[in-house]
Design a protein. Sequence first.
Length: 252
Amino acid sequence: MELNGKVAIITGARRGMGRAHALVLAEAGAKVAVSDISEEDCQKVVEEIKEKGGEAIAIKCNVTEKGEVEEMVKKTVEKFGKIDILVNNAGICQFKPFLELTEEEWDKTLDINLKGYFFCAQAVAKEMAKQKSGVIVNIASVAMGQQGVGFPNIVHYCASKGGIAAMTEAMALELAVYNIRVNAVSPGMIETPMIDVVKSDPAAMKAMMARIPLGRTGKPEEVSNLVLFLASDKSSYMTGSIVVVDGGWLAG
């Protein structure tokens, strides 16, 4: 699954799964724009990529700000000449009981997790349409409802991830005419800072593990390998798909 000559933007790439996506795609040969709200943290990931012989740049971007998203796209094109791959990964998950959830907390989660995906996908797709090719990979979650599962205390997060799944399918239909493929990855329990709240409660963690047939959490790289497949030509007949990587959680 080589990406030699390809250019990728990874949002939310300063840590966790985003960092893993950036490293795995770079190792496969892609030139990577590492993007997040902290340019300093992004630069650390860039240095990791360069130490392994890859090529990357750090770009500070708040995905909820359309102007910053457009500037991220502009800087990437100026540096690398094009954009072949977008991995929409930036996101937050803040636990709060539904009856206590504030409008501000709802808006913040939906702005980052869903509107941010829209801003990035639209800005990048405009560039991809010019070259009649491209791949967009949206990171959803098993907490997306319907074909996924619901979770207590993160209604706003679940709503955003369900929106990502629906948006992925609709985008795939519209962008196919430009030879732009759009797919989503829905991870389960992955070892990132996002699950620290669950890990801090031994009883909750034990209950969660009991729902996963493989009996363990996933590693960020296990999600990144799927992202790599969807970003590569090996998945050339896939678009509008939502692929789950969850240790068997939903099957159980």
